[in-house]
Design a protein around this ligand. Sequence first.
Ligand code: ADP
Ligand code: MG
Length: 329
Amino acid sequence: MAEFDLIAIIRQRCASARGDVVLGIGDDAALLAIPPGQMLAVSTDTLVAGVHFPHDTRPYDIGWKSLAVNLSDLAAMGATPTWATLALTVPAADAAWVGEFADGFAALAREFDVALVGGDTTQGPLCITVTIHGFIPSGAALLRSGARVGDGVYVTGTLGDAAAGLRLTQARASQRAANLPAPGPQPSALALIQRLNQPMPRVAPSLLLRGRANACIDVSDGLLADLGHVCTASGVGAEIEAEELPASEALLELFERDTRGALQLAGGDDYELCFTMDEAHAAALLLDLARSGDAITKIGRIVAEPGIRVRDAEGKALAPPRAGWEHFT
Ligand code: ADP
Ligand code: MG
């Protein structure tokens, strides 16, 4: 098994038929056709083993997640994904591992009609870098800097699930390490672990936010951290109602209120969208979302005073949990 055999496996499993790929994998560079009137949106995200996912994560899930986190960044811009490149560093030329990895990547690529058009394959500690490309009509991008005082603050889906899934995974790992019995996870636990391992980027809702949302970001590092970026970029602040934060059935079942709140406010890896919008757009957006089956929840509002304040049901200020994940701290 050599580098070119691994590339052949990836190429075969990720085959796609997009007409705008003039030249895909196989030459020194891909050639891609951008339709007139469209801007190219480009974003890169790296996943490092042991940092972004536990070492024993299944290769299928690593492949899925490496594309999902990138798709989520494009969703946060309101872009339609089109092409990806994949820089894959693996410790060994393991055909079975690479095949499963490519299957996970390809499953999500097919779902959103993304063509894998190139990459690089090297040996070293497991690390995956994906660059994603997409189209957006000129002037339609959803920026972090557009939030306005008086906007509602909204999120898609539910918050805290992936961080809860990580806790459950880690608890099981330490049980196993201590040779304690670790019974198979219950359905609710499985649902949370699934949200950690196979996040679903909010591509469909993102396209409905064009022309409606004033600002948007994906929740990768935790709501407070990511909404904080929106507030900083927009020169505004936000007030969040803790009671309004959307929680999944599984999170409600397995975690007490305080832990839940901390996971929802500061837990990373959910890949939901957080956006701000003039409430005049809410009714039409809800109607469109009903068709795609996606949910949104209003969790607060944009205010002039900088910083984010979180309030409980009685309107009392809550001390926020430590803000989201940051490298080098
Ligand atoms: P070069 O030596 O010219 O950089 P490579 O030998 O690295 O070319 O790659 C050969 C072809 O395979 C190129 O088209 C490259 O884009 C593609 N490729 C290499 N690795 C990957 C990968 N992990 N995923 C997708 N395409 C890849
Ligand atoms: Mg190369």
